[in-house]
Every structure is written in C-alpha cells, then in structure tokens.
Design a protein. Structure first.
Length: 278
C-alpha cells in the first residue's frame, strides 16, 4: 500500500510508548494511508475486532441473496439485523436467550455464530473460506484468516486491517448504501452494556459496528463525533472510522484489554482527533 507523505502527528506517534510488547498502528486521512507505526506485517489475534470484518462478509451474503437483513434467524422474532445489532436477546447461549428481541442491547458473539451457521447451511461454504474469497483476497488481505468464530477468531495485521478500513470508507465490494446501513443506528433506543464500560443509555450500535453516540466513558474517548464507528477487542486492539471525514485509526496490541487501556485509549483518540482538526 502506498502512503502519502505527511507531517508527523505527535499524538499518533505516542502510541509507540504504550506499555505493550508489540503494537502496530495505522491512521487513514482523506481516504489514504497517512501514518503507520510498528511492524504492520505482525499478525495479531484481534478478538472482537473480528465482528465488523465478519459483518462485511454477512453483508455480502445479503447482496448475493443468501438472506436479507430482515430474514428471520435465531430466536422467535429475531432477524439477521437483530443478530448483527446485538438486539436478538441472545447472550452467551443461543439456545436459551437472556431476553426477548428488542428488549436490551446484549453484546453477544453467540448471536454472530448463529448467523455464521445460517450462512454455512445456505451456501455450503465455510465462513472462513467465504470471507477469504469475498473479502480478503480481493482487498489483498493476504495475512488475514478467520480461525473459527465470526465473533472473535480473526487474525490479521495492521496493514491488512488498514486495507479493510479503506474499503469501508470507499466501498468497492459492497454497494455504498449497504455500508451506510451498517453504520446507521439500529434499534437506536436500546440500552445495554459496553464490555468494560458499564451500562449505556442508549447503547447505540449499527450492524456489526459499534457507534460512538453519546457513550461516556468510552474507549473511543469523548471528542470523536457521535457517528464514529468501530470496535475494540479484548486482546487489546481497536479500530474506529469517521465515514464522512474519510478518517480511520487502528491500533493492534498483544496485551489484553484492562485498566491500562481505559484512560490511554480514550486520551489517545481524543488527542489524535484534536490534532487532526488542527
């Protein structure tokens, strides 16, 4: 990937000082890769950063007619849309939902796995292969592989995830209207818990992508616009994107999310956004 020559961005460079063994980061500005840091070919297990990538694959299946956003899947009253927006009522156990659909935002990898099974049944293709053929190979994400669950089993590099971010900002594999739908609040009034950050009222989510909204405290920080989207993973990685401004930041580490990350991630994101605005 070619990189534009930009003046150093102090707030971005500070990511190199995070208290982790390995970190790789990339910043996209104006729809182009502008800054990188660390080994962008180092493979990280990114935990729930898997979800937006998997959701892009599920959206391809929607466009291909495998199912529609509103096709019933999962518990009674649940659809593809509910599963990807964490609104199906499923928690840890897909067979025994915690609540009825549209009652609470219950963050769930199990809901993603229900949809993964549905896609594999309908297509006869393993979802890891489906992603490889439909998403990873076309974008040149050659060091990325899904090793199981569509909720958390992605391994990738900063270079590859930057390729994904560029695709989300300027869609070539999906119709832009499909991507816009994924980045739009779904069942917007639902309250729920953001893992590590407690109850949020409302807990805004798109389809596979978390939406910043007015959540506070939050891993994205407090300065980013309400329509910032992205995801973080418990393995210590995150990505956020600003679709209108064509900006994205990703930071991948090998240190599990915890108290070290909460102030640091928020402060980093606030500082980068402020510096980008000049």
């Amino acid at each position: 990937m070619s990189m534009t020559n930009q003046e150093p961005l102090t707030s971005f460079e500070k990511i190199a000082d995070w208290p982790v063994d390995n970190v790789a980061s990339a910043l996209i500005r104006d729809g182009e890769l502008a800054h990188t840091l660390g080994d962008d070919e180092h493979v990280f297990a990114v935990a729930s950063v898997t979800k937006p990538v998997a959701a892009y694959g599920f959206a391809m299946a929607v466009e291909e007619g495998v199912f529609e956003w509103d096709t019933p899947v999962g518990p009674e009253g649940s659809t593809v849309r509910h599963l990807l927006a964490h609104a199906s009522g499923i928690g840890k156990d897909a067979v025994n939902p915690d609540r009825a659909p549209e009652d609470r935002r219950i963050y769930s990898s199990a809901g993603f796995e229900v949809l993964q099974e549905k896609l594999e049944e309908e297509t006869g293709i393993d979802f890891a292969e489906y992603l490889k053929l439909g998403l990873f190979e076309p974008l040149g994400m050659n060091n990325t592989v899904l090793k199981g669950s569509s909720g958390y089993a992605l391994e990738t590099t900063a270079a590859d995830l930057a390729r994904f971010a560029l695709e989300v900002l300027e869609p070539s594999l999906l119709d832009p209207s499909t991507v816009k739908e994924m980045l739009t609040p779904q069942f917007a009034d639902l309250r729920g818990i953001v893992p590590g950050y407690g109850m949020q009222k409302p807990c805004v989510w798109g389809l596979g992508f978390e939406i910043h909204g007015t959540k506070d405290p939050h891993w994205m920080g407090s300065e980013l616009p309400d329509n910032a989207v992205g995801h973080f993973g418990m393995n210590g990685s995150y990505i956020w994107l600003l679709p209108d401004e064509k900006i994205a930041l990703l930071a991948l580490t090998d240190k599990d999310f915890g108290e070290w990350a909460k102030p640091l991630w928020a402060e980093t994101n606030d500082a980068i956004w402020q510096e980008l605005q000049g």
